[in-house]
Structure formats: structure tokens, C-alpha cells
Ligand binder design. Structure first.
Ligand SMILES: Cc1ncc(COP(=O)(O)O)c(C=O)c1O
Length: 313
């Protein structure tokens, strides 16, 4: 349904697309400012979009645009395209399609998730956040202190090393901890944190592990199983997609989460987490962004993504 990729999959002898081929994918790089070609230095604020991602979104809007779950062709095509994007994002994160919910962005998804989780929590329960984290992985959890009387503990970061203070983390996590919220990579410093170690720690006390992978996903292949997390959020606009958020949650957890939702909306996982009408074209674009990444290199990690890609043989 989308136009043919400009960057073909490479054979084993030529495993990675060339810089020129990759640059040719991005119309934004054709921009000229004051007579000079531009370079974009706003990477932490998001990435530029390759032509094929925009093409997939335009194709959706021009030829398949409809609401979901009706018995007419464009609605059925919309359902199929959203499912396809869910499968692709599941592959990207090493999860199952029913574990992938879409939303406006990481911040909004995390507030929504926190509200659902917090309905069961109250005084005596604790949430652990860190100084190394983006405010989007702190404010939603702090809101539960005001709304539910939960206590929030903040783990220190070491200012000299830019690392989490692990001694402080080990002191903060205990039997009252319901959830540890931690970033896989810091957008401010670039520090990559050992999320798997943190997940082991909080699981040993019966708590949940939430990972903010917004800054991590553009730089490393996310594997929710290897990270050992229960919940994880990222944003497609940070990895060549449109402005859409993606939430992973363990299937059993999402199925029982007490999220605010409309009665007539589907109560099946993961749609029960997706409030109202979604950004269908953005979801299609998020899937196309993963396909774009998968098209660039034939690496062992990416073969997982390629196996579900439209580019797969
Ligand atoms: C590490 C990190 N977490 C969370 C966010 C918030 O993501 P979103 O814009 O999708 O709400 C950002 C945005 O820059 C970020 O860098």
C-alpha cells in the first residue's frame, strides 16, 4: 500500500545502507538556509521523517481513512493497518501485539497508566523515581502522591559520574514499593542505566518496573524481555516516526488495569487503554518508521524486526 522503499535491504556482503542512501530518504535535508544547506541539531527534541513514513501516512489518509470496527472496506482496512502497526511495534520492542497500546505521546500515556495503577494504591504504598529522569517519568507518579496519598521516593544521581546512585536506589526500594520508574537512557546526559538490574531489585520486593525508553529507543534496540520490565513507553517521533506515543505492558497487567474508559469502547487488551479515537495515520506512520529502521541494516538484533517487516523476503 505504500510506495517502494528507496533504500533496499542490503545483502550480507553489504550490510548497512550508505550515508548517501539514508540522506536521500529525508526531504528535510534538502532545506537551504541563507544559501547554505542546513544541519539539524535538535535531535533530543525529535528526528526528521523519511519520505516513506510520510508516504504511508498520506496513503492512509487518502485511501483508507475511516473509524475502526465497522463493516465497510475503509474501516476494515483501518483495522488491518492498525493491527499491522501494532505487530511491527511489538516486534520492535520484542513484545506481543496485544501488549502494545498507542497514544498521544509518552507523557500522556504515562499519566493515563499512572491513574489506572494508582486506583489500587494509597497511603503506605511507595513509588520510586530518580533524579536522572525526564519530568515525564516523574510528574505522573508524583500526581499519585496528591491524588492517592502514595509516598514518592526520589533516588539520587551522582553529579560527577552522571550515573544513578545504586546504593541510594537499593535503600529506596523495599517491601512497600509498588513501582520503580526509571529511564533506560537520560536525554540530558546520555547515561544508559542498567534497567535489568533495577527490575530484578524491584521484582524481588514484589513491585513493578516502568521504563521510560523515549531517549533509549532511537539509540539501541529495545527488548522488554531482556530489560525485564513490566511496562515501558517510547515515542515514535524520536525514531523517524510521527508524533505518537507507544506503551508496552505485560499482557496480564494490561488486561486487569483499572483504566478510565468509555463503556461502549472495546474492553479487550490493548484497546482498553486507548481512549477515544486514535491518531490512525500517526499509528500507520509509527509502523512505517520501524520498517524504515529495519530496512537500513542487517544486524542480528534487527533480524527480529525484519522478520515482521514489509521488507522481509
Ligand atoms: C527521556 C524522555 N522521556 C520522556 C519524554 C517525553 O516524551 P513525549 O514528548 O512523548 O511526551 C522525553 C521528551 O523529550 C524524553 O526525552
Amino acid at each position: 500500500m505504500t510506495s517502494a522503499p528507496a533504500v533496499e535491504r542490503k545483502g550480507k556482503s553489504e550490510a548497512v545502507a550508505s550515508v548517501e542512501e539514508i540522506r536521500a530518504e529525508f526531504p528535510a535535508l534538502e532545506r537551504v538556509h541563507a544559501g547554505a544547506p542546513v544541519a539539524y541539531f535538535d535531535g533530543p527534541g525529535g528526528t526528521q521523517v523519511p519520505r516513506r513514513v510520510a508516504d504511508a501516512m498520506v496513503d492512509y489518509l487518502f485511501h483508507h481513512n475511516a473509524n475502526t470496527h465497522w463493516l465497510y472496506p475503509t474501516s476494515e482496512e483501518t483495522d488491518a493497518l492498525i493491527l499491522r502497526a501494532r505487530e511491527t511495534l511489538a516486534d520492535f520492542l520484542n513484545a506481543a501485539p496485544e501488549e502494545i497500546a498507542f497514544g498521544q505521546n509518552m507523557t500522556t500515556l504515562t499519566f493515563h497508566l499512572a491513574r489506572g495503577l494508582g486506583r489500587d494504591w494509597g497511603p503506605g504504598d511507595e513509588i520510586v523515581v530518580t533524579e536522572l529522569d525526564h519530568h515525564a517519568n516523574v510528574a505522573p507518579w508524583r500526581a499519585l502522591a496528591r491524588e492517592r496519598g502514595v509516598q514518592v521516593r526520589t533516588v539520587r544521581a551522582n553529579a560527577e559520574t552522571g550515573q544513578i546512585d545504586w546504593d541510594d536506589l537499593e535503600r529506596a526500594v523495599g517491601p512497600k514499593t509498588r513501582l520503580l520508574a526509571m529511564g533506560a537512557a537520560s536525554n540530558a546526559l546520555g547515561t544508559i542505566s542498567d534497567v535489568a538490574r533495577a527490575a530484578n531489585l524491584v521484582h524481588a520486593h514484589g513491585g513493578l518496573m516502568f521504563v521510560d525508553a523515549v531517549h533509549y529507543a532511537p539509540h539501541a534496540l529495545v527488548d522488554v524481555k531482556a530489560l525485564g520490565c513490566d511496562l515501558l513507553a517510547c515515542s515514535a517521533y524520536k525514531f523517524y516516526g510521527p508524533h505518537v506515543g507507544v506503551l508496552y505492558g505485560r499482557a496480564d497487567l494490561l488486561a486487569q488495569l483499572d483504566v478510565p474508559k468509555l463503556d461502549p469502547a472495546p474492553d479487550t487488551t490493548p484497546e482498553r487503554l486507548e481512549t477515544g479515537t486514535q491518531n490512525h495515520e500517526g499509528i500507520v506512520g509509527a509502523g512505517a518508521a520501524v520498517d524504515f529502521l529495519a530496512s537500513l541494516a542487517e544486524t542480528p538484533g534487527l533480524s527480529r524486526v525484519l522478520s515482521n517487516s514489509v521488507l522481509a523476503p
